[in-house]
Design a protein around this ligand. Structure first.
Ligand code: SF4
Ligand code: SF4
Length: 187
């Protein structure tokens, strides 16, 4: 028989006038870590104490040019169409590693599938994301920012797939991709 009754708790946190979570200055680090792990699983959040070290950028930029899947000339092994080495990134960013061979995808995934975006800034990271505020107090690991999307402390050089900055471009037309003369053999 399917279990239809609720068996799990739903965490509630104070929300501000902008509809996002509010930094009250009163923290429960155990609950925060649970949410942080959820953000790792759902949105690839990572910092020096949480997540996957391969997807953490100590410089806090996460740009395509520093990703293991980047191809010189502005292409990606996994994501279709032209990408920007300096201003682009997606949820599949990972650091360069000679010990990690990559797959030459026969058919690449779309920019939408990858949550690819281009920021007008010099990179990404929580410190550039419009959802961060400086926390009223650091947590025990020295995380000094608070994420209004997740109600937990973040490290300034961390990042996640929800990263957003004013002027971020996230829609790319088929025409743009085709005008590049996209051919999987290029990459
Ligand atoms: S589009 Fe994503 S996977 Fe490709 S180079 Fe950029 S960050 Fe890496
Ligand atoms: S501040 Fe932005 S990039 Fe950092 S975890 Fe929150 S939504 Fe993601």
């Amino acid at each position: 028989m399917p279990q239809t009754e609720d068996i799990r708790a739903v965490l509630l946190f104070p929300v501000g006038s902008d509809g996002l979570f509010r930094d009250t200055g009163s923290y429960d680090e155990v609950k925060e870590e649970h949410i942080r792990q959820t953000f790792f699983q759902m949105f690839q959040y990572t910092d020096p104490w949480c997540g996957n070290p391969r997807i953490y950028d100590p410089d806090g930029n996460y740009d395509c040019g520093e990703c293991n899947k980047f191809v010189e000339g502005g292409l990606c092994l996994a994501v279709e169409g032209p990408i920007s080495a300096e201003h682009g990134s997606c949820r599949h960013w990972e650091n360069k590693d000679a010990g990690d061979s990559e797959l030459k995808f026969a058919r690449k995934i779309t920019k939408d599938m990858a949550d690819y975006g281009e920021t007008p800034k010099a990179g990404f990271g929580c410190h550039r994301c419009e959802y961060h505020v400086n926390a009223k107090a650091e947590d025990s690991q020295g995380r000094a920012m608070f994420c209004k999307q997740g109600a937990f402390h973040v490290f300034s050089n961390a990042c996640c797939a929800l990263n957003d900055t004013p002027g971020m471009k996230t829609k790319f037309s088929e025409a743009t991709i085709k005008s590049h003369g996209y051919d999987w053999k290029e990459a």
